[in-house]
Structures are given as structure tokens and as C-alpha cells.
Design a protein around this ligand. Structure first.
Ligand SMILES: [Zn+2]
Ligand SMILES: [Zn+2]
Length: 274
């Protein structure tokens, strides 16, 4: 790990909560400097899964957070919302540590096995997440080929009976969200955020508002617009995003509808507007 990277971690860790936080009795999350990691399953249950893995070099902290909640019960699998480095960075280390499979949508597999590369980040989009990412951006692409397999194509998520995944392309080609219909819990990855993606690091304060996907990594804006509409149509009760704090309650729907119907104004970068 290089010095600048290490220093950045140490600075940030002073402000970081090292404990997992419970959202529901079988849903918890661990907030890292760059992205959220979710733990799905009751602490007493033998089967539970981890969703997303933050940036690289984070496995020790994630394992510590997991042990606080689950003791020595390891997850049965890792599910990835998409293959961007801030969600898959520690996936290899964790899969190896626990000896468990990693699942991602079929359309993301090539990007996490060094067969394809995402479009480069849009350099005109500066701001908070981007400035963190420029420090954390890995020098080598991740290659999960030893552990990764495609999710079933029917929307089922291995090991999670109550959950389904829904395709939400745009931010990346095979981006998914995870949804549990019985109580309306939605894990959104980067299809929707509750943290303003272009804000500065110092605004990592609890502003709960619904935002579109981070502009600098979003590849297909038409698809991203459709995915926001799809998410709004689900009418989720809980919004658990890849970046930002969890949201609950009626303001979710107001804000999702607002975002869906004003997507071009609110979300499209200026140079993509007609
Ligand atoms: Zn992303
Ligand atoms: Zn992200």
C-alpha cells in the first residue's frame, strides 16, 4: 500500500465508525470511506450474504465489522451490485479469507475478469467522490476470476429466498439492485445515491436526499434514466444506497418520483443536455 493511500485512510478513519449498523434485524451495513457494505441475514441465521466490498485494502476492517455482528459465522457468498473498484476492491481478499463464491450480473463478468474495461471516468465531473477516488483508484484492475460466477438469469439471488435482483443498467452495463418485496427494502448500489456525488469530502454529513448515479462513471444516460424510473415504480420503503446514509419513509417516494420526472435537469451532466 503506498504512503499517500495509507495516510488518506488513517485521516479518514478518525471520522469513520468501525461498527456495523443495524437497519432491520436482518439487514445491517458498514460504512466505509468510499462505499457501503451490506450484511443480509439475521445474526442468528447460518446463511447470510455480504453485498459489495468497498475499495481495496479494506478486508481486515470488513472482517472485523462482520465478526462484531456474526461472531465466527462467515457469509455464504458475496453479491456485487456492479464491478466498479469502489464496490469490488476487497472482494478477492474476502472471498479467499472465507472461501466463498462471488456473484455478479453476467454483463459485468468481463469487467471483473480483465476481459473488458469500463469507459474511463468523465474528467469534467469533479467533486467529492471523485477526489477520493483519484486517491483510491487502483493501479491494477481487479480480477475476480477465481471466485466469481454469474447470477442466475431469472432474478433469483443464491441463498437469499426473499430477495430478488432487478437489472438497472446505465451506471454500468450489468448493474443490479436487490429488492425484498415483503418489506420494500431496496439495496441500490450506484443506481441511486443518498449522498450528493459531486459534494466535497467534508460534506460527509448526514444529508439524506435522493440523487442520481455518480456522473463520472455513468456510461449510458438513457438506460440510467430508465433505471431510476424502474426504481421509483418499485415504491421502496427503505433505500440503502452504495454511497450515503439509509433512508426510510414517505419522503423516499416523493424524492424518487421527483428525480425520475426531472432526471435530465437534475442528473444529466450539462454537456449531455440537448
Ligand atoms: Zn459505480
Ligand atoms: Zn460507487
Amino acid at each position: 500500500m503506498d504512503k499517500e493511500f495509507d495516510q488518506h485512510y488513517n485521516d479518514e478513519l478518525h471520522t469513520e465508525n468501525a461498527d456495523p449498523e443495524e437497519i432491520l434485524d436482518d439487514v445491517a451495513y458498514y460504512r466505509t470511506i468510499a462505499a457501503n457494505v451490506y450484511m443480509l441475514g439475521h445474526p442468528d441465521s447460518d446463511t447470510w450474504v455480504l453485498v459489495d466490498t468497498a475499495v481495496g485494502h479494506y478486508s481486515t476492517r470488513i472482517i472485523a465489522a462482520v465478526e462484531k455482528r456474526f461472531g465466527d459465522k462467515k457469509p455464504s457468498a458475496i453479491i456485487l451490485t456492479h464491478g466498479h473498484f469502489d464496490h469490488v476492491g476487497s472482494a478477492n481478499d474476502l472471498a479467499k479469507h472465507w472461501n466463498i463464491p462471488i456473484y455478479i450480473h453476467e454483463k459485468e463478468i468481463d469487467y471483473v475478469t480483465e476481459k473488458a474495461q469500463y469507459q474511463p471516468a468523465d474528467p469534467t465531473m469533479g467533486g467529492g467522490l471523485m477526489s477520493i477516488f483519484s486517491i483510491l483508484f487502483p493501479k491494477k484492475p481487479v480480477n475476480l476470476k477465481e471466485w466469481v460466477q454469474p447470477l442466475p438469469s431469472n432474478g433469483e439471488i443464491p441463498l437469499l429466498k426473499d430477495w430478488r435482483y432487478i437489472e438497472t443498467p446505465g451506471h454500468s452495463p450489468g448493474h443490479i439492485v436487490l429488492y425484498r418485496e415483503k418489506d420494500g427494502v431496496l439495496i441500490t448500489g450506484d443506481a441511486i445515491l443518498t449522498e450528493k456525488p459531486q459534494s466535497t469530502i467534508s460534506t460527509f454529513i448526514p444529508i439524506k436526499n435522493v440523487y442520481g448515479p455518480p456522473a463520472y462513471f455513468t456510461e449510458d444516460w438513457d438506460a440510467a434514466r430508465n433505471s431510476v424510473k424502474k426504481i421509483a415504480a418499485l415504491k421502496p420503503n427503505y433505500l440503502l444506497t452504495g454511497h450515503g446514509l439509509p433512508m426510510e419513509g414517505p419522503e423516499i417516494q416523493e424524492q424518487l418520483d421527483h428525480l425520475a420526472s426531472n432526471f435530465d435537469n437534475l442528473v444529466l451532466p450539462d454537456h449531455k443536455k440537448n
